[in-house]
Design a protein around this ligand. Structure first.
Ligand code: AMP
Ligand code: MG
Length: 370
């Protein structure tokens, strides 16, 4: 799915976006030197914004203890200021300055899944600026496993607040070139690394009660949480639209997410019926003058030959790869100036739950059951 000729630097220069105040370090092939990493860490410590790779998606980091740094993050992304950020740490010691207490439940999940793609929502300490938490009395904390991310955080010497490094509302970036496209000229520094391994944002779990409650599904599945903690559930609002004026348990649930410029429509049902309906609609849209994209899987690409721009998310047998490819595929439809994307879907369990959660939001809840 990647174009081997399109190295990060050449994509950057070909774009003509220019560095305009954004320092770009490393690439998807070159290793970042210690001196470069130190420079990025110093920028973070000083209250500047630095984008960096993690195992989930690229993050846009700022010193979590400096309200001015947090404001820069919100401004660069165009993110609503009541949508709180996840604070990233490299060592358990850093928790002391952030959370009021670590409950036995929180400790169990940390032992099982940290470092890794799991974010825990806990009662915050007063020192955590309200800018980070959107005014809530809780703070979301994660310890990433990505080596470069950990070294950067450790070198900065501060907890690092980092939402995904995309413009608010757009698909999250899994490649450095996506970060450059969205944020060049808007942030102090972008650290380039490889394609994000997981490709979906972390699982967010509220551990302030007796039972873990998943606020956002991700690479750590409900089944994994249950096997570690003995219990666990999804928040009832995980996959649905938040009504106007309704207070969401996780403020991010209120906002539009992962939207490419193209309109996305999902199709669920028996595979043959789904294919027939997608082919029928593709023909109708094409006739009406729209450029049609079809998002499918390796096993089913052939069905749609010549029906539009057909992109595969990977094999249905490898949902981990589907997860990894999802956001870059959504972005690819925009590069191809597609008007409408007709998309197949996956089983709603395991990692499939997280994939479907992102797809449903990308589609603005437009799901056709055939
Ligand atoms: P992002 O930073 O784009 O990965 O999104 C972070 C997600 O975590 C958003 O959906 C937030 O609403 C959610 N989140 C962050 N902090 C909290 C918190 N204290 N309580 C509930 N949800 C949170
Ligand atoms: Mg995000």
């Amino acid at each position: 799915m990647r174009n081997p000729d399109q190295s990060v630097q050449s994509a950057f220069f070909a774009d003509g976006t220019g560095t305009s105040n954004t320092l770009i370090l490393g690439s998807d092939t070159a290793v970042i030197s210690d001196a470069e990493l130190l420079l990025a860490a110093k920028l973070l410590q000083d209250g500047e914004t630095v984008a960096f790779p993690t195992e989930t998606v690229y993050g846009l980091g700022g010193n979590a203890l400096k309200p001015s740094a947090i404001r820069k993050i919100f401004e660069a992304k165009g993110r609503p200021s009541d949508n709180p950020l996840i604070v990233h740490i490299a060592d358990l010691d850093a928790l002391n300055g952030l959370v009021a207490e670590v409950s036995p439940l929180a400790e169990t999940l940390m032992t099982a899944f940290w470092p890794g793609p799991l974010t825990l929502v806990m009662k915050k300490r007063p020192e955590v600026p309200s800018e980070v938490t959107g005014g809530l009395d809780t703070v979301a904390v994660r310890m990433p496993v990505h080596e470069l991310a950990r070294r950067l955080i450790r070198l900065s010497g501060v907890p690092v607040a980092a939402p995904s490094a995309n413009l608010s509302g757009k698909p999250s970036p899994t490649r450095c070139e996506d970060v450059i496209r969205d944020l060049s000229g808007r942030v102090a520094c972008i650290l380039c690394g490889e394609l994000s391994e997981i490709g979906l944002e972390s699982t967010v779990v509220d551990v302030t009660g007796e039972e873990p409650v998943i606020l956002r599904p991700g690479g750590i599945t409900l089944e994994m949480i249950r096997s570690a903690a003995g219990c666990g559930k999804y928040d009832e609002a995980v996959d649905r639209k938040i009504l106007e004026g309704e207070k969401a348990r996780s403020p991010g649930m209120k906002y539009t997410h992962y939207s490419p410029d193209a309109e996305v429509i999902l199709f669920e049902g028996e595979p043959e019926a789904v294919a027939a309906e997608i082919l029928r609609r593709a023909a109708a849209y094409t006739l009406a003058g729209s450029r049609v994209g079809i998002m499918t899987f390796d096993e089913r690409v052939k069905i749609y030959a010549d029906s539009g721009e057909v992109l595969s998310l990977g094999s249905l047998e490898r949902l981990d790869q589907v997860a990894q490819n999802l956001f870059q595929t959504l972005r690819a439809f925009d590069s191809g100036k597609i008007d409408v994307v007709l998309s197949e879907t996956v089983e709603d369990s395991g990692i499939g739950k997280a994939i479907m959660n992102r797809l449903i939001k990308a589609a603005g809840y437009r799901v056709v059951r055939v």
